[in-house]
Design a protein. Structure first.
Length: 263
């Protein structure tokens, strides 16, 4: 597995450097811009800068997702990789975990920057909107922050493996290249709707059959509530289902690549 990680890093190190360097540079520019502002306008300016920061974070997270998809597509086309003793399942697992690790590191850096973005740079003024709401999340403590990064990492992993599965299904169905992206998009929408339906069912089960609430990281409504993962309306049953679905999709995708797809 370590050799696969090294291979993936060597193949994508330029993209990785651009993603992290770009993110840190833009974040520092935003931070210096915010610190250099003074007067009554700070409140609105600070909220706007925080929103811009979230957009930048989202763009870089999406860039990591595209990097993972690109690596997977190269694996499907590369006959040298396909004919090695390394199974597709192992490669998919390594590629997924590699991208999740990159994503979680990005979130960790983002949380550090967000702390400084959310500091009260007013003196005595507290009507700070988004800034005040964000800064209050740091009262949860570092354990909550680490858990929230891990939970977002699981969501990212589920999305990435789902996309791998969709790409393989489209390739297996031998869809014309002109319709390839459309077919992937349609299947992704269907898959997202399916996940949304399952999420709703589990929420109803926990609401009317048995309730798991006010325990540890679970709030009174049964949703996971841990600093930056609060407000997602995800229950513990949803989490177990997503983990199980991710494992199943990973195994099935690897099996299809090894047994069904031609190089």
């Amino acid at each position: 597995m370590s050799q696969l990680f090294l291979y993936l890093y060597n193949c994508n190190k330029r993209k990785i450097a651009i993603i992290y360097f770009g993110f840190i540079t833009v974040s520092l520019i935003l931070l210096f811009n915010m610190k250099g502002v003074s007067g009554v306008r700070i409140s609105g300016r600070q909220d706007i800068i925080i929103i811009i920061f979230f957009i930048v974070l989202g763009i870089n997270g999406f860039a990591i997702l595209l990097t993972g998809i690109s690596s997977f597509r190269k694996m499907l086309k590369n006959s040298m990789l396909r004919y090695t003793s390394i199974s597709a399942k192992k490669y998919i697992c390594a590629n997924s975990l590699f991208c999740v690790l990159l994503f979680m590191i990005l979130l960790g850096i983002g949380i550090i920057f967000l702390y400084y973005f959310s500091l009260n740079i007013y003196n005595g003024k507290t009507n700070l909107g988004i800034q005040q709401a964000i800064h209050s999340l740091y009262n949860y403590g570092i354990l909550h922050h680490m858990l929230s990064i891990f939970l977002w990492g699981l969501d990212f992993l589920n999305m990435l493996v789902s996309i791998y599965f969709i790409i393989v299904i489209v390739k297996l169905l031998n869809v014309k290249s002109s319709m390839n992206k459309v077919a992937c998009l349609v299947l992704f929408v269907i898959f997202t709707a399916f996940n949304g339906g399952i999420t709703y069912i589990f929420q109803q089960i926990e609401k009317y059959v048995f309730a798991i609430n006010n325990i540890g990281f679970i709030d009174q409504n049964g949703f996971l509530n841990t600093s930056f993962y609060s407000g997602t309306e995800v229950t513990i049953l949803n989490l177990f289902f997503n983990c199980l679905l991710t494992i199943i999709l990973l195994v099935v995708t690897g099996h299809i690549v090894d047994k069904k797809l031609e190089v």
